[in-house]
Write a protein that binds this ligand. Structure first.
Ligand code: NCD
Ligand code: ZN
Length: 470
């Protein structure tokens, strides 16, 4: 017996659209067919006039638990995702404690038990946990995160030597390594001098982290990935400059993907005056020329996906006259979809392309395809139902995240997810959270249907040279 039919909507795929009904049985899409043709079901929901897309898959959220639950926890974070049409998130390891060992990984799995959307958990690749990597892989890490530059949590970024050994170890697993690609030593050097000179205005945040930090880091990471055969992902692409080493690495055959976030598309240096320290994020929001170049790269495929870097902090932590004292980042998992749909409404991107960059591409890059990232019989019923005409305005006070401050305050949006389903269950309905869905979210199994991992230069890995065949 079919559990649920969504009838009367337009299903939008990455390569086209159709007017069709969707039947859901258990976790899965069980049929797609002409309107009215799918028979009966436990519930039939009329979505006439709405568009139906696969839920967004956000590879970059910070849910702060364990350790910083005054900023967010797995309950509030996944509720914000549900409200934002996001059905799967990958959560970052800069919690307290950081996710750097099996014990800490299991602790995070425990915290995640209250999730209402599906999730992956990143393991950390740092200077001091190289010996934990095999254990983290065995424990079920969905991907790794390497902070090449320091950011919230102040996890020391690994030396290039430690990074290379980490890449060697992870390469054979096929798991992707996501990079905060900014070079720590350049930024520490510059920030110390700017700070000592008393240069405390928000724009000096860009001066401390000019785009060369990203260019250098992306190029270096790509070289290590090429040498080891590891798969990598460049997080929060912020500059025109880093697109060149990214494109060159892709052209050389390096398995590298890239993401950008709404702040790098919609804000630029002209917004620093108005927003003050609220705009502080790592990497920084840069110049208009950067956002133009990143938009282009998102259209041409050099940048593969949109993520949010959902990084909530309290207003007190965000607002400071001394830019160096303000916490970096802001919430985003709830606002990404309305912000991007507004650009679809403005004709800047097709809805099909939005499906590709918000769901299909992340699913493929992180091994979730074919169960996620598409609407097809046999796939998970992870769905966002859209009202493309719905007008809203971003209001931090109404966000479901605990982080009640956003640089998009007051921004008007056109288009919003009016229902969100995770594996067949409503987690958001008619723009309201569905209660009692805590615990519905499950950790995803990564690495389905991906080409086999291809480690190279294996005779030169430290594990091989030291006779460690484990
Ligand atoms: C993130 C955070 O607060 O955890 N902050 C940020 O500015 N982006 C960390 C990060 O992703 O760099
Ligand atoms: Zn980062």
């Amino acid at each position: 017996m079919t559990d649920l039919i969504l009838t009367g909507g337009t299903i939008v795929h990455e390569n086209g659209r159709e007017t069709a009904d969707i039947a859901i049985t258990g976790d899965l899409i069980s049929a797609i067919g002409a309107p009215g043709s799918l028979g009966n079901a436990g519930e039939i929901v009329d979505v006439t006039g709405h568009h139906i897309i696969p839920g967004a898959i956000d590879m970059h959220v910070h849910f702060r638990e364990p350790g910083y639950t005054h900023k967010e926890d797995w309950g509030t974070g996944t509720q914000a995702a549900a409200m934002g049409g996001v059905t799967t998130v990958f959560e970052m390891p800069n919690t307290h404690p950081p996710t750097r060992s099996v014990v800490e990984f299991q602790k995070k799995q425990d915290c995640a038990k209250k999730a209402c959307v599906d999730f992956g958990i990143y393991g950390l690749l740092a200077e001091d946990n190289i010996d934990e990597i095999d254990g983290l892989i065995a424990a079920g890490a969905n991907a790794f995160k390497c902070f090449m530059g320091n950011t919230f949590g102040n996890l020391p970024s690994p030396s290039t030597g430690a990074m290379l050994e980490g890449f060697e170890k992870i390469a054979a697993s096929g798991l992707r390594i996501s990079l905060h690609a900014e070079t720590a030593s350049i930024m520490a050097w510059r920030q110390a001098k700017l700070e000592a000179a008393g240069l405390n205005d928000p724009l000096y945040h860009i001066a401390a982290r000019p785009e060369v930090v990203a260019i250098e880091a992306v190029a270096r990471a790509a070289i290590l990935a090429e040498w080891t055969g590891a798969r990598i992902h460049v997080l929060h692409i912020s500059s025109a400059g880093e697109l060149r080493p990214l494109a060159e690495a892709k052209a050389r055959g390096v398995d590298v993907t890239g993401e950008t976030c709404p702040c790098y598309l919609f804000l630029d240096s002209r917004d620093y005056d108005r927003l003050g320290s609220i705009i502080r994020v790592n990497p920084p929001v840069r110049e208009e020329k950067d956002s133009i170049a990143i938009w282009d790269a998102l259209q041409t495929g050099i940048v593969d996906m949109i993520a949010t870097d959902h990084a909530p902090h309290t207003p007190e932590e965000k607002k400071n006259d001394v830019i160096w004292q303000a916490d970096c980042g802001f919430p985003g998992v709830e606002t990404q979809m309305p912000l991007m749909l507004s650009e679809v409404a403005a004709g800047r991107m097709t809805l099909e392309h939005y499906v590709k960059i918000s769901s299909a591409n992340p699913a493929r890059a992180f091994g979730l395809w074919p169960m996620k990232g598409r609407l097809a019989v046999g796939a998970h019923a992870d769905i966002a139902v859209l009202d493309l005409a719905r007008k809203e305005a971003v209001q931090a006070a109404r966000l479901h995240s605990r982080g009640k401050v956003t640089p998009f305050e007051g921004r008007e949006t056109i288009g919003a997810p009016v229902h969100t389903l995770v594996r067949g269950q409503f987690v958001q309905r008619d723009r309201a959270l569905v209660s009692d869905m805590a615990g519905h979210g499950r950790q995803v199994t990564a690495i389905q249907n991906m080409p086999e991992a291809k480690p190279v230069n294996t005779d030169m890995t430290l594990a091989h040279l030291l006779g460690d065949t484990a």
